[in-house]
Design a protein around this ligand. Structure first.
Ligand SMILES: *[C@@H]1O[C@H](CO)[C@@H](O)[C@H](O)[C@H]1NC(C)=O
Ligand SMILES: *[C@@H]1O[C@H](CO)[C@@H](O)[C@H](O)[C@H]1NC(C)=O
Length: 505
């Protein structure tokens, strides 16, 4: 009798929006354990337990653990019905899937809980998110809040929405970024002006529940697209770094080649005026964060040791997601660290903890152009060093019917990747010092290329079968190859923890 009640309650916890076939926690876990083996599925990148993952929605540290939330929809839910998925880690490398944090089932969010941010305040973990509803042809977006005392179960605020409409009445109004400075809470929200240019709005609050509009924080003059999503703002080496994800910028040579772009602008935010002293947002000041084919929207956080950490979506809207036939789609990037160099360029490198993924050294040798070696595994890291910056370095990851070429041109001072097809090339200016140094991470169907100290990064999806690596160009290179281990999965004790939670509440 009692057991039945518990099973029913567990079952309720896991029902996404309007779906009822997931069964109880037990079958949720077995089902998802089967998902782990699906074709092309990575082993050390965060995916959804099943179904789709897109934007990270929040990234924070709470009760000695890192928490990543992301837009998630299980396959049997409609696409717009975005949930907040949740994964947790002690060390930034090993992640376990947690139950869905937010489900779109209230009158203000029934067509989706969209990205926002998380803050930790007085022992509580608070999530800010955008509720999305569609009524007729109109889309309405509001800002909302949910709270947790244990980092696993979240309660939506009874008086949601906390911000009920955009100041100009236009429905594009989302992704609250919230932080505190000297006892005042600040919120930036992405929006569209009446002229249909991207803009950011600034709100402030004494208690994080009652918000008042301060004004337009940043406007664009027309060359910066029509919508700025997922704003992030933080201090780094005496600057404020503003990150936005922009829809509607036109390609400009080798810049902005993807459908949408995530990039940054440096400035100084003035808390007295509630304005930037010196922020000019245009395609001249806006720098892409990542030059690969599949990278859009990020969340950052400050680690206790002061590092600025970033996670992004290793995906792009309207791409193919070949794996979706196998019941899952897309993934997040590895966790990266951001630093600013003396030229004001944001550097992005994998966090040092990723060396913990190394399981076995497979390759440690010099290779000449024309030589090749087999990738012994589907999840590996390559460390590539040349001896000078005077000659071209080219590496081709190749497989039956496809390939991914990474090439540094010394004459032109750029580095490119090419995954084939009509729009396969992505390119960025790069001037390495001393020699060419690359770290390349492959995980079944993704590749991330970090150049030098992280001046240029490319993140792309690829769909290889067995792969070999061929050296081209005209430079001899030293290669280290490590086999990397699985680090994302399910926790067998999760079911017990959920039972305990339910018994205690
Ligand atoms: C915006 O914030 C600044 C700094 O706190 C303040 O001086 C200004 O009066 C605020 N403006 C509005 C309209 O609230
Ligand atoms: C490759 O280059 C990097 C960066 O310049 C250096 O730190 C590393 O020790 C080099 N590795 C090898 C095996 O030469």
């Amino acid at each position: 009798m009692e057991i039945h009640v518990i099973v029913v309650i567990l079952w309720l916890w896991f029902i996404p929006a309007d779906v009822s076939d997931l069964g109880n926690v037990g079958s949720f876990l077995t089902k998802n354990k089967r998902m782990i083996k699906k074709k092309y599925r990575p082993i050390y990148h965060i995916t959804a337990p099943e179904g789709w993952i897109s934007n990270p929605t929040a990234f924070t540290f709470y009760k000695r653990q890192y928490h990543i939330f992301y837009q998630y929809h299980p396959y049997n839910g409609a696409w717009e019905h975005t949930n907040w998925g949740h994964a947790v880690s002690d060390n930034l490398v090993d992640w376990i899937h947690y139950p869905t944090a937010l489900m779109p089932k209230d009158h203000y969010d029934r067509h989706g809980c969209l990205a926002g941010s998380a803050v930790v305040n007085k022992n509580f973990l608070t999530l800010f998110y955008t509720g999305h509803i569609v009524s007729g042809r109109e889309s309405i977006q509001t800002q909302n809040l949910a709270v947790s005392g244990d980092g696993m179960f979240f309660q939506k605020f009874l008086y949601n929405p906390i911000i009920r409409e955009s100041p100009n009445g236009i429905g594009e109004f989302r992704n609250p970024k919230v932080w505190r400075f000297r006892n005042i809470w600040y919120m930036i929200v992405g929006a569209t002006s009446r002229e249909r240019n991207g803009q950011l709005l600034l709100y402030s609050s004494d208690d994080m529940f009652n918000w008042k509009l301060n004004g337009t924080l940043v406007n664009s003059y027309g060359d910066m697209g029509d919508m700025w999503e997922n704003p992030d703002l933080f201090e780094l080496n005496g600057f404020h770094v503003l990150i936005i994800s922009v829809q509607g910028i036109e390609a400009d040579g080798w810049r902005f080649r993807n459908l949408y772009q995530t990039g940054y602008i440096l400035g100084h935010f003035n808390y007295v005026k509630g304005q930037f002293d010196d922020m000019e947002v245009s395609i001249a000041t806006f720098n892409q964060l990542d030059y690969g084919h599949d990278f859009y929207t990020v969340k950052t956080m400050s680690a206790i040791d002061g590092r600025r950490l970033l996670v992004g979506w290793l995906g792009m809207w309207e791409s193919d997601f070949i794996e979706s036939t196998f019941g899952w789609a897309s993934m997040l990037t590895m966790i990266r660290e951001l630093r600013l160099n003396k030229n004001g360029r944001l550097l992005m490198t994998p966090v040092e903890e990723v060396t913990d993924l190394r399981e076995e050294l497979i390759e440690n040798a010099w290779y000449k152009p024309g030589e090749f070696f087999k990738a012994e595994t589907k999840s590996f890291e390559l460390i590539v060093n040349s001896t000078s910056v005077q000659s071209d370095v080219v590496l081709i990851l190749e497989w039956n019917f496809g390939g991914y070429t990474v090439g540094y041109s010394s004459e032109h001072g750029y580095i490119s990747v090419d995954r084939g097809g009509i729009d396969g090339v992505r390119r960025a200016y790069w001037s390495p010092v001393d020699h060419v140094h690359l770290r390349i991470f492959v995980d079944y169907s993704s590749v991330e290329v970090f150049c030098g100290d992280g001046e240029v990064v490319f993140s792309s999806r690829i769909y290889p079968n067995s792969m070999r690596i061929r050296i081209a160009g005209d430079s001899e290179v030293h290669i280290l190859q490590y086999k990397l281990r699985r680090s994302v999965g399910f926790d067998n004790n999760l079911e017990q923890r959920i039972r305990n939670h339910l018994i205690n509440t």
